[in-house]
Ligand binder design. Structure first.
Ligand SMILES: Nc1nc2c(c(=O)[nH]1)N[C@H]1C(S)=C(S)[C@@H](COP(=O)(O)O)O[C@H]1N2
Ligand SMILES: [Mo]
Length: 246
């Protein structure tokens, strides 16, 4: 085989392999809700590979590697309702849990903070190229799911910000992962509003944009088509993949 035909053959074999894997992914129900999106087969393969082959932990770092503040990115406070709540030190902030659960919840911030706390020093990476390492503290989403009693039909957790155009979702594998937190602390202090305080989704196995700030509601569903344009979050509408595993 000449060099060029060999390359052509390998390319063809690679593509055939990818197509076969995509068919397998479909068979096992591992198709993300935005399969026709900009990332196409690449996103399907990334998602299916992660789910079939690894239940890996995101890398954790020693405290000595925590990044210097201020971090690269901060979000402006998202509007009047937020500002009113902040002025009252978030005494009126609620986190509700509803949908396919036996015991819907409406928790105050103080109640969330009394639940068992979990911390990790992890990397938050924005798709735009910057990142930082910080110590995150919060309640494991798995604990919240147990408390609410997730029904067997539930497949996804959808989460909403007080900032209306920010909502997203993850599958239950990601939601129940031990490092997935509803975070209320950053580097041993309350989570600052610029980084999503008082409550933020912290999902360290996925890119920054899945880590939605100012969380007010979690809902369990069997079907992401019921939300927004049916793509699992607003991000795919803007050209970002629903599954942003790293
Ligand atoms: N509600 C809300 N959540 C958000 C965002 C936002 O603008 N609003 N930006 C996202 C993006 S693109 C990234 S990279 C991270 C940035 O987190 P940081 O500000 O703590 O660095 O937050 C994510 N969560
Ligand atoms: Mo980002």
């Amino acid at each position: 085989m000449t060099k060029t035909t060999r390359r052509a053959f390998l390319t063809a074999a690679g593509l055939t392999g990818a197509a076969a894997a995509a068919t397998a992914a479909q068979h096992y129900g591992l198709i993300p809700p935005d399969p026709g999106g900009a990332y196409g087969i690449g996103e399907i393969l990334n998602y299916a590979t992660h789910r079939l082959t690894s239940h890996a932990m995101a890398r954790e770092f020693p405290e000595s590697e925590i990044s210097q503040v201020p971090f690269a990115n901060e979000t402006a406070r998202p509007g009047d309702e937020f500002k009113r709540l902040e002025a009252a030190r978030f005494a009126g902030w609620r986190l509700s849990i509803d949908g396919l659960v036996d015991h819907p919840q409406s928790l105050s911030l103080a109640e969330v903070k009394t639940l068992p706390a979990h911390s990790h020093v992890t990397h938050l990476a924005c798709e735009e190229g910057w990142s930082y390492i910080a110590r995150w503290t919060g309640v494991q989403v798995s604990h919240l799911l147990e408390k609410a009693g997730v029904r067997p039909q539930a497949k996804y957790l959808v989460y909403f910000s007080i900032e209306k155009d920010w909502w997203d979702s993850i599958d239950l594998d990601e939601a129940a992962h031990p490092q997935t937190l509803i975070a209320w602390g950053l580097n041993n202090a309350d989570l600052p509003a610029g980084n999503g305080g008082p409550l933020r989704m912290r999902v360290p196995r996925q890119l920054g944009y899945k880590n939605v700030k100012f969380i007010t509601r979690l809902t369990l569903t069997d079907d992401l088509k019921k939300f927004g344009k049916g793509l699992g979050s607003a991000s795919p509408e803007g050209g970002y993949a629903w599954y942003a595993g790293i």
